[in-house]
Design a binder for this molecule. Structure first.
Ligand SMILES: O=C(O)CC1=NCN=C1
Ligand SMILES: [Zn+2]
Length: 424
């Protein structure tokens, strides 16, 4: 395989030196940008990063054999990382969206049998092949937007058979698609209708049947719970997350999305790698998260789509909580794959700066799914996952919002997107 030399980026956003621990407070603004920067890649791995003339000298004797991509006038960043998606699902819920436009709330629709339950019905009825095809289409769109690593949750099967089906589809996508998938078991996404009469019995099913089997098959690294009033209580969530830890699954938690409910406190108590949403997290909960190093994954696209106020990222950053960003791609509360748009919303609705949003959608997102040793920054030894954005500086990725500026995507040293087309 020929070396790949990505040259002369007007801005090369490296985020160098951030792999050991997630960035907090003012460190979230240290992007370590190299003007007129270049990257030398061999066998899918970054070999060198630096000023173009330095690398041209260092590899002078091999320039002739290298494939060169000229990034002159453009911005090169690490491949974007999305640490919170519900990627694998069937169907769509635009009719519910029109109900919410008419004033119905998310929980009213869910309690009336819609919401997650509607997608559960469609996902249970879908074959594995159908689920794979529908999810692959979304994954192609993620890639076109510069996202090269995606976390994918189950949580629409809500039975052993169908939760396994979702996770098997995620694994097959990881094996066959350029985008790397990191899987999370979310059997505690909702209590399915058939267990409405006895939610604690469903919790037992999750603990005694689903978690052991998911762990035995090695189908997930993380275990997540939707801890919200009317879904799972903090006590139920604690039982489920502790059970996951006993089977080697690291805890994550959908916390304090709709009202303050102790999710952030619970995340710190169980040592979760991340707590997600946090729109209504208490100051005490954020303090404890910062103490334990729990990453706050914020989802401004969800707040935007639910027409609610977004989380206040400044509260988290000032409290010392490492902040990551994600799309929360799902058919009910955030039907989008555009992590760049989420970065724009982070600035417009959550008080983040473009520099903080860039760190939150790369290295901090990689830390939130245990992949910061592999991706999330451009440093020697890391995977050659890069995006060439056709803008002169990283701020314009977010400033010219709602536009996909990703022109070329390189995954593991291979060009997989060029001129806005996927080449797999
Ligand atoms: O509504 C959905 O399908 C996904 C979701 N889970 C928790 N909040 C939103
Ligand atoms: Zn979610």
């Amino acid at each position: 395989m020929r070396p790949l030399f990505v040259r002369r980026a007007r801005q090369l956003v490296t985020l160098a030196g951030s792999s050991a621990a997630p960035l907090v407070k003012e460190k979230m603004s240290d992007l370590h940008i190299i003007e007129n920067g270049s990257v030398w890649i061999e066998h899918g791995t970054i070999v060198a990063v630096g000023a173009d003339d330095e690398l041209a000298r260092q590899f002078a004797d091999r320039l002739a054999e290298a494939e060169v991509i000229d990034a002159k006038g453009k911005t090169v960043t690490p491949g974007l990382v999305d640490p919170h998606t519900h990627l694998v699902y069937a169907g769509s819920r635009e009719h519910e969206w029109t109900m919410r436009l008419g004033g119905a709330t998310y929980m009213e629709i869910m309690n009336a049998g819609g919401g997650i339950h509607a997608t559960t019905k469609a996902t249970r009825e879908a074959s594995e092949e159908m689920l794979y095809e529908e999810s692959k289409r979304r994954l192609d769109q993620f890639l076109l937007h510069g996202v090269t690593t995606v976390e994918a949750k189950s949580g629409y099967g809500l039975s052993l058979e169908h939760e396994i089906k979702q996770l098997e589809v995620a694994k097959r996508l990881d094996d066959t698609h350029p985008v790397d998938i990191v899987s999370t078991f979310l059997g505690a996404h909702a209590v399915p209708p058939e267990w409405k009469h006895d939610p604690d019995e469903y919790v037992r099913l999750v603990i005694d049947e689903m978690i052991p089997e998911v762990s035995r098959r090695g189908l997930a690294e993380f275990n997540d719970v939707f801890c919200e009033r009317g879904v799972f209580t903090p006590d139920q969530a604690r039982l489920i997350l502790e059970a996951g830890k006993e089977h080697g699954l690291t805890p994550k938690i959908h916390a304090d999305e709709i009202e303050p409910y102790g999710g952030a406190e619970l995340a710190a108590e169980v040592g979760a790698i991340s707590a997600d949403h946090l729109l209504r997290a208490s100051d005490e909960g954020l303090r404890r998260m910062a103490e334990r190093g729990v990453i706050g994954v914020l989802l401004p696209g969800t707040a935007f789509f639910l027409m609610t106020k977004a989380a206040d990222a400044r509260r988290l950053i000032d409290a010392g909580v490492p902040v990551a960003l994600a799309t929360d791609c799902n058919p009910g509360s955030s039907p989008t794959v555009s992590l760049p748009l989420v970065m724009s919303l982070a600035c417009l609705h959550m008080g983040m700066t473009p520099a903080e949003a860039m760190a939150a959608a790369t290295i901090n997102a990689a830390h939130a799914i245990g992949r910061a040793h592999l991706v999330g920054s451009l440093e020697p030894g890391k995977k050659a996952d890069l995006v060439i954005f056709n803008v002169p500086n990283y701020m314009q990725i977010m400033y010219y919002y709602g536009v996909n500026h990703a022109e070329t995507v390189i995954k593991g040293g291979k060009v997989v997107v060029n001129d806005g087309k996927v080449y797999i």
